[in-house]
Ligand binder design. Structure first.
Ligand code: SF4
Ligand code: SF4
Length: 730
């Protein structure tokens, strides 16, 4: 009997999902009064039937059945009257004006759409309530809470399979029914949205469902975010409706992931239910007018810092809570205790301090946790791999590959898989320089026992930086380059020039603001490491938010501040850790680079003198806009800010640029040329055409105020004297 009831309910749910999707399609096609009235009538009928059913399930006896039937029947009859009146009036008009008379258009389209969306939402909620209650009465599922507490009832109904799975089916069916009117990218996003909804962990209370769906839905969300980011890279301008939809959807996902974390941690599903309703409120108004998602081209998103910031912030919040949810679901023995929970009672000052401490350590713990890093690595790693695919220079491809491999090895495999799972008995990572100390100071309290590891870490990275430049850390070993170097995030270097704050840090000069930022960072490092040492030797007892001072500073720098600056790229520019100098590890390796042999060199400085595109400067994510001036005067460029990402080399339309490091220094010492014969500048017609399309060149920044250089006149064709493809090397 129970199985039979379940089968009937499931069949009814499928039928209602298909009917709702069909009515959504009719709404999308409705332009006449009769058609829109029919849609409203059918949706209202569904709501009225479900309302009668709800009354019966709350009063499951003969009296309740009678009242339920009367409620449904009476309301349906009342709804039918205006429809019949409208149809009769329309028939009369046609009889007078002839059968070919055009149908009368909808009078108040906005009200019609609001009514449709409202009825769809009411139907979904009623269906969740009625079907959950019916399944509970038949003993095939949990019962709805008794009593008049509608908040609890609605949460239980929304988090039920009858709501979530039906909703997912409706999303997918509506999208498929309207697919011919939707661009492929929009349809893909909507279908992925439906699939994520279908994998909602609170949907089923059966063993194993949450354990499977938490990682599965997270994986789908990662796929969705990668798809969206790559779509942005390929499409600088989006239809305005689609751009708005994306920000709203990702905002809803941020709430949903917070709700999922709360549900896993405390069993409270109310925030998750709110996010699901929010998603419906976003989805249905968009799908009933699909042309709004498809038509027009808005301004370039790189010209919209607020929009881009909203997108990045929503993605970050969603991923933060997704990482925390994964930590809870996949490592339940580690994380519930690992999340800080200082009490929030007592004097106001104590409450505020505890709240700040809880928030800070929550963010720091999650962003340094296995699953957050794995998830971030998967997303940004795919974008970096796509960047690698379009890089032309072998050296850049090797660097990008090493960067992806370093992230996988040092951020995910060694700390979380090797030491935790494969070799739990392996030597303490503190004893393994570079692996356990990749970022040096702050990884652990500064005790005399770890001096050796600290020194060895800086000797190794220092020697490598002196020989090959700070790229060893800042564009390979550190996790930051993986985040910055993927296709879409790299494109955000455009904000380095458009953001008023970021413009202060342009060029290789270590300006006043840079010096202040960097000075504060290094001063703070000295203070916290000294305090940490005094603590470790028993001469001081100082903690900051409950942690050793240097460990706190490390967490602040790399697990909190760094991510805030990443999200704020539209306002502070790309690669801000390097450009603004707020990272102490970057500052230390840049000092080694300064005494080393790393520099950028050009093959032929006359090519730079004639160049009007200055694409090398435009390609640099650090904003070293003065490099062409140096190329024109000395043929080379040294900057402690340069971290060797090689985007300038990729961007030069004459292939005139290369990185010179210890390998070239040795060749020179042996009296040989830097580069093998045949590697002179050569034209890159694709890049030259792109520069011509772009029109005006960048403002020229001379290499030194003492050597003013004439501005090369702007042309769109490029100078005739530049080498063409296949020209012999100079
Ligand atoms: S400056 Fe610091 S955070 Fe940025 S890439 Fe270099 S080491 Fe990493
Ligand atoms: S884009 Fe190439 S040719 Fe032009 S200034 Fe830069 S390095 Fe020289």
């Amino acid at each position: 009997m129970a199985g039979y009831v379940l089968g009937v309910l499931a069949a009814l749910a499928v039928a209602m999902a298909y009917l709702t999707a069909t009515l959504v399609r009719w709404t999308a096609e409705s332009r006449s009064r009769t058609r829109s009235a029919t849609v409203l009538f059918l949706l209202a009928m569904m709501a009225e039937m479900l309302a009668g059913g709800l009354y019966y399930t709350r009063n499951p006896d003969a009296g309740g059945l009678v009242v339920g039937l009367w409620v449904s029947g009476g309301a349906m009859a009342a709804t039918a009257l205006p429809l019949f009146a409208l149809l009769a009036g329309e028939a009369r008009r046609r009889a007078q004006e002839g059968r070919g008379a055009p149908a009368r258009p909808i009078q108040r389209e906005r009200s019609f759409l609001v009514a449709v969306v409202g009825l769809v939402l009411v139907n979904e909620l009623l269906m969740g309530l009625v079907f959950t209650a019916a399944a509970g009465l038949a003993g095939t599922g949990p019962s709805l809470p008794a009593g008049p507490a509608w908040g609890g009832l609605l949460v239980a109904a929304v988090n039920s399979p009858w709501f979530l799975l039906t909703m997912a089916a409706e999303m997918a069916a509506s999208t498929l029914l309207l697919r011919s009117r939707l661009p492929r990218a929009v349809a893909t996003v909507l279908l992925l949205q439906g699939a994520i909804m279908a994998l909602s962990p609170p949907a089923l209370a059966v063993p194993g469902w949450a354990a499977v769906t938490v990682p599965a839905s997270s994986l789908l969300m990662i796929v969705l975010i990668i798809y969206l980011l790559e779509h942005l890279y390929r499409h600088p301008q989006l239809p305005p409706g689609f751009a708005r939809y994306l920000v709203e959807l990702l905002g809803a996902y941020a709430v949903m992931m917070a709700g999922l974390f709360l549900w896993l941690g405390t069993g409270d599903g109310s925030l998750f239910a709110i996010s699901v309703v929010l998603e419906m409120v976003i989805f249905f108004p968009a799908i009933v007018r699909p042309e709004r998602l498809a038509d027009g081209r808005g301004p370039a998103w790189l010209d919209r810092p607020n929009w881009t910031f909203s997108l990045l912030a929503s993605i970050f919040v969603a991923e933060l809570f997704m990482g925390a949810a994964l930590d809870l679901a996949l490592e339940p023995s580690v994380y519930p205790a690992g999340f800080p929970a200082l009490g929030l009672s007592g004097p106001v000052g104590v409450v505020v301090l505890h709240a700040i401490s809880n928030g800070f350590w929550f963010v720091a713990t999650v962003t340094a946790s296995t699953w957050f890093l794995a998830m971030m690595g998967a997303e940004m790693g795919v974008l970096a791999a796509l960047k690698l695919r379009e890089s032309r220079h072998r050296e850049n491809r090797i660097r990008l590959g090493a960067m992806i491999a370093s992230y996988a090895a040092f951020l995910v495999f060694y700390p979380s898989i090797y030491f935790a799972a494969i070799a739990p008995g392996a030597p303490d990572p503190r004893a393994v320089p570079v692996l356990g100390w990749s970022m040096g100071l702050g990884s652990f309290p500064v005790a005399p026992t770890v001096f050796g590891a600290i020194a060895l870490t800086y000797v190794i990275t220092g020697v490598l930086a002196a020989l090959f430049g700070r790229r060893v850390v800042c564009s390979v070993f550190c996790s930051a380059p993986l985040m910055y170097q993927g296709t879409t995030i790299d494109a955000m270097k455009a904000f380095n020039r458009s953001s008023p704050a970021a413009r202060h840090y342009l060029s290789s000069r270590l300006g006043r603001l840079y010096s202040v930022t960097n000075g504060l960072t290094m001063g703070a490092l000295v203070v916290v490491t000294t305090a940490s040492y005094l603590d470790a030797t028993g001469r001081l007892h100082l903690t900051i938010l409950g942690a050793d001072p240097s460990v706190f500073f490390f967490a602040l720098s790399f697990s909190v501040l760094w991510y805030l600056m990443f999200v704020a790229i539209p306002y502070v520019g790309d690669y801000s850790c390097v450009r603004m100098g707020y990272c102490y590890t970057g500052t230390i390796v840049q000092a080694f680079q300064k005494v080393g042999v790393f520099k950028l060199k050009v093959r032929d400085r006359d090519v730079c003198r004639a160049c009007t595109t200055l694409d090398c400067a435009q390609g640099c994510p650090i904003g070293l806009v003065d490099m062409p001036g140096h190329f024109r005067t000395t043929g080379e460029f040294r900057s402690s800010k340069c971290c060797g990402v090689g985007e300038c080399i990729e961007a030069c339309p004459y292939d005139n640029l290369y990185i010179s490091d210890i390998r070239h220094w040795v060749r020179r010492r042996r009296g040989r040329p830097d580069l093998p014969a045949g590697s002179g500048p050569r034209a890159r017609p694709d890049l030259q055409r792109a520069a011509a399309r772009r029109g005006a060149p960048l403002a020229f920044v001379p290499s030194s105020d003492a050597i003013p250089l004439p501005m090369v006149p702007a042309t769109t064709d490029g100078p005739a004297s530049l080498p063409r493809a296949g020209s012999p090397p100079s």
